[in-house]
Design a binder for this molecule. Sequence first.
Ligand SMILES: Nc1nc2c(c(=O)[nH]1)N[C@H]1C(S)=C(S)[C@@H](COP(=O)(O)OP(=O)(O)OC[C@H]3O[C@@H](n4cnc5c(N)ncnc54)[C@H](O)[C@@H]3O)O[C@H]1N2
Ligand code: MOO
Ligand SMILES: [Mg+2]
Length: 418
Amino acid sequence: MVEIRKPIQVAEAVRLVMEHVTKLGTEIVPLENAYGRVLAEPIIAKHDVPPFDRSPYDGFAIRALDSEGASGNNRLPFHVIGEIGAGHIGDRPIGEKEAYRIMTGAQIPENADAVVMFEQTVESGNGFTLRKPFEVGENISFKGEDCKKGEQLIEAGTLIHPGTIALLATFGYAYVEVAIKPVVGILSTGTELLDVADELEPGKIRNSNGPMIRAQLDRMGISYKSYGMAADELDTCAFVVEQALAETDFLITTGGVSVGDYDYLPAIYERLGAKVLFNKVAMRPGSVTTVAALDGKLLFGLSGNPSACFTGFELFTRPAIVGMMGGTNPYMPRMKATLGEDFKKPNPFTRFVRASWGFTEQGVVAVPAGFNKSSAVSSIARGNCIIVLPSGTRGFATSDEVDILLLGSELGVSEWTL
Ligand SMILES: Nc1nc2c(c(=O)[nH]1)N[C@H]1C(S)=C(S)[C@@H](COP(=O)(O)OP(=O)(O)OC[C@H]3O[C@@H](n4cnc5c(N)ncnc54)[C@H](O)[C@@H]3O)O[C@H]1N2
Ligand code: MOO
Ligand SMILES: [Mg+2]
């Protein structure tokens, strides 16, 4: 008798997965290898930024008080005592009616408290004149105006992106403490599967899930070990799953998780003694998505159907991997959008529709990306987001407001809110 599975809600499935995530610890890496990693330490300002008062313009550093009373009819003269390029400092304090030529980024000389842009002066010989008064502090970038020494600027658990790299470099973090990245095992199961380079044969199809998941991991900067394809035979699959589990931190299989005669993943989990967290989620596609845990490792049994496999990865696998690294923003960012065309199918389960979003006169509009069955491969190639249609609804019409989840964003959000 076929097992009747009890579906759980998507939010509950996300919660269960995240509850079973095990962190792998931290390591120190050189800054040049830190892009895409998750910070394991907060970034603390080791000094003020800027570290000294500096000029934001190319011009002249003056004492504001010497410009008092300047006007078009009363141009005030200044004597230039030297030049300060960025990286240099003035030799002496400026005195009354004196000025330094100063370049953008150069330290403000002693006694100067304002900067005049070249364009605001008329130069002649060793000096220039001004036609307006300047205030104390005008055109000065103050020490510490960007970051104050000791301030915590970025929290541990944040993904390091190019801007984060700039901040780390600013404070001299030549080495950074980051989370250890998991090595993920990938196995595609299915007797029908051919390799990408193979010619089609009767009854067979090419393996698209394996390459797709490799690319989903590449997009996250995560390394993997590919175990290729295994035919739907219990012993063969069990052997590879066991080997992969021993060699990796996390296993993704595709196919073989439903109730078919040759769907062997449930039997393999049982044989291994893995705890099945769930084997049915109230969603389409991907209702058969199964996740099990064994000795602190997660086994993701993604559906064989390409759209279901893709969606299962984005909804559950990706957050789990980010969570293993202590990442605090593991979920896809969400937006409101207007539905760009009718979607008439009723939704007994929450439906995740691959779609493309864009900005139009109506604001953000999301249009389903075409053939949207669980078995579809064409729409996953076209979409840039997933429309979320709640369960219990009878289809949606053009102009309805919907939630969309953004694909491909390296920066996620901290909460699953659907
Ligand atoms: N009696 C029932 N049958 C099915 C149910 C059910 O609840 N009761 N669920 C259906 C749903 S929903 C889905 S989704 C599929 C899931 O099946 P599996 O995850 O067990 O996957 P397979 O049976 O191995 O394959 C399904 C489908 O996907 C193709 N496939 C598999 N691997 C790949 C790959 N690497 N690249 C491309 N395509 C692949 C495979 O050929 C099948 O067409 O079960 C339903 N059945
Ligand atoms: O598990 Mo399936 O809901 O059609 O993708
Ligand atoms: Mg099956």
